[in-house]
Design a protein around this ligand. Structure first.
Ligand code: S3P
Length: 434
C-alpha cells in the first residue's frame, strides 16, 4: 500500500498545475469522434485522463504523445465495438460521459472500474439513456458498475436533471449527438459547461438558453465535425490546494499561471475573498474555456456560509475549503452539498472524521458541515487513510502543513488520477514529504 509522511511546513512560491481533468477527458472523447487529427496541448498526464483516452483507442481512435503534445486521430463519427470491457479505473467523468457516447453510437459495451468507482451511483445516467431508447444493465449491488450498455437508434428527448450534475448533463448531450431529433436538458442549478464550450468550438449545433441546453441530433450515422487544435488549461481544482495553503497563511505569497478560470468552476475564489483572502486574478485568454494567472497573498481568514448555487461551482474544492474553515476565525457553514457523499468517497464523512483527528470542532450535517475555528491543530497519532480519494489525500496533506508534527497518509496512489506531480510540487513550495 502506498503512503507518504508529510511534515508541517511554510509553503510559498509558484507552481504550474497539470491540465484540467474534466476538459482533458472531454477533449479525448470529442477529438476521437472527429474527422482528422487534433493536436492537444496541456492534456492531463493523470490516470483518469489516460483511462478515458485508452477507452477511445479501444473504440478505434489513434493517440500518440509526441513533442509535449498529444495527437488524436478520430473515427469521423463511427466508433467501433471494443473487444474487451472498458476499464475506466477511478474516473466517474469518463464512465458517465462515455456511457452517453456508446449508447448513442449503438455499440454493445461493458464498463468496469476500481473499488471506489464501483461504489458510485450510475442509475442517474441509466434513467435518461433508457428514456432515449438505450438498454443499460447495472450488475453491481446498488445500481453500480459493472455496466452493460446496448444502444443505438436513440430518440431525442427532454430531460429535467434531478440533481445538479455536469456529468449527467454531458452524458445526455453526448448521447443526443447520435439521436434522431432534438435533445434538451434542463439543469436545476448551473454546473460546469466544458462540454457545451467544446461543442461550440467544434461547430456542433447547440443552443443554450439559461439552464436549458439543446442539441439537434445527427442521427445514428453519428456526428460529423472536423478535428482542431485544443489547449487544455491548468486544472483549477488542482490549483485550489495551493490557493488555500497560501490564503490561510499570513505573509505567504503564491503565483499560479495558466490556470483554468471558467466562471462555473471558480466559486472558491469568491469564498476565499469573503473569508478575507487577498487574491489578484488576471485573465490571459477569454475565449472558449478561459484561463489566466492567480496571485494569492496569505491573510487571517474568517468563517462564511457556502450554499445554494455556489455548491456545484466548487463541489470538488469543498474538502480543501474545510481546511481553510478550520483555520478561520468563527463558524463556516457548508449546506446543500449532499452530492459530496457520492464522490470518490463519502467526502462529508471523511472530511469530518479527518478534521476531528486534528482537533477541529466540526458538526456533520446530512448535506454538509459546520466548522468552528480557528483551531490550534494537533497532529493525529494515527495514520490517515485516503480511502482511494485523491482530494481527501491532498487536502489532508495541506491541513497537516499547518499542524505541529508529521503525519502518515495511507493509500496515496489515487493522487495520480488528477495530480501526479502533487508531492513534488509540495516540496518545490517548501514542504517536506517522505
Ligand atoms: C465533473 C463534474 C462533477 C465533479 C467531477 C467532474 C465533470 O461531478 O465533481 O469531479 O467533469 O463533469 P458531477 O457532475 O457528478 O457533480
Amino acid at each position: 500500500m502506498s503512503h507518504k509522511k508529510v511534515f508541517p511546513a511554510k509553503l510559498e512560491g509558484s507552481v504550474k498545475v497539470p491540465g484540467d481533468k474534466s476538459i482533458s477527458q472531454r477533449v479525448a472523447m470529442l477529438a476521437s469522434l472527429a474527422e482528422g487529427t487534433s493536436k492537444v496541448t496541456g492534456y492531463l498526464n493523470g490516470e483518469d485522463a489516460r483511462s478515458t483516452l485508452s477507452a477511445m483507442e479501444q473504440m478505434g481512435a489513434k493517440a500518440e504523445f509526441r513533442d509535449d503534445a498529444l495527437y488524436i486521430t478520430g473515427v469521423a463519427g463511427k466508433l467501433q465495438s471494443p473487444a474487451e470491457p472498458l476499464d475506466m479505473g477511478n474516473s466517474g467523468t469518463g464512465t458517465r460521459l462515455l456511457a452517453g457516447l456508446v449508447a448513442g453510437a449503438g455499440l454493445e459495451v461493458s464498463m468496469i472500474g476500481d473499488e471506489s468507482l464501483s461504489s458510485r451511483p450510475m442509475g442517474r445516467i441509466r434513467q435518461p439513456l433508457e428514456l432515449m431508447g438505450a438498454h443499460i444493465g447495472l450488475t453491481g449491488k446498488r445500481g453500480t458498475l459493472p455496466m452493460m450498455i446496448a444502444g443505438g437508434k436513440l430518440k431525442g428527448t427532454g430531460y429535467l436533471l434531478p440533481m445538479a450534475s455536469a456529468q449527467v448533463k454531458s452524458c445526455v448531450l453526448l448521447a443526443g449527438l447520435f439521436a434522431d431529433g432534438k435533445t434538451t436538458v434542463i439543469e436545476p442549478r448551473p454546473t460546469r459547461d466544458h462540454t457545451e464550450k467544446l461543442f461550440q468550438a467544434l461547430g456542433i449545433p447547440i443552443q443554450i438558453n439559461g439552464l436549458e441546453i439543446s442539441i439537434e441530433g445527427f442521427g445514428q450515422e453519428g456526428p460529423r465535425f472536423k478535428a482542431r487544435n485544443f489547449v487544455v488549461p491548468g486544472d483549477f481544482s488542482s490549483a485550489a490546494f495551493w490557493i488555500v495553503a497560501i490564503a490561510a497563511r499570513p505573509g505567504a505569497e503564491l503565483v499560479l499561471e495558466n490556470v483554468g478560470l471558467n466562471p462555473r468552476r471558480t466559486a472558491l475564489l469568491d469564498v476565499m475573498e469573503r473569508m478575507g483572502a487577498d487574491l489578484e486574478i488576471t485573465l490571459t485568454e477569454k475565449q472558449g474555456d478561459p484561463y489566466g494567472t492567480i496571485k494569492v497573498r496569505g491573510a487571517r481568514l474568517h468563517g462564511t456560509v457556502i450554499e445554494g448555487d455556489e455548491i456545484p461551482n466548487l463541489i470538488d474544492e469543498l474538502p480543501v475549503i474545510a481546511v481553510a474553515a478550520a483555520l478561520a476565525e468563527g463558524k463556516t457553514e457548508i449546506r446543500d452539498a449532499a452530492e459530496l457523499r457520492v464522490k470518490e468517497s463519502d467526502r462529508i464523512a471523511e472530511v469530518v472524521k479527518n478534521l476531528q483527528l486534528f482537533g477541529v470542532e466540526v458538526e456533520e450535517l446530512d448535506d454538509g458541515m459546520i466548522i468552528s475555528g480557528p483551531t490550534d491543530l494537533k497532529t493525529p497519532a494515527v495514520a490517515i487513510n485516503s480511502h482511494d480519494d485523491h482530494r481527501i489525500a491532498m487536502s489532508v496533506a495541506i491541513l497537516n502543513s499547518f499542524s505541529d508534527g508529521p503525519i502518515t497518509i495511507e493509500n496515496v496512489s489515487c493522487v495520480d488520477t488528477s495530480y501526479p506531480e502533487f508531492w513534488q510540487h509540495m516540496e518545490q513550495l517548501g514542504g517536506q514529504v517522505e
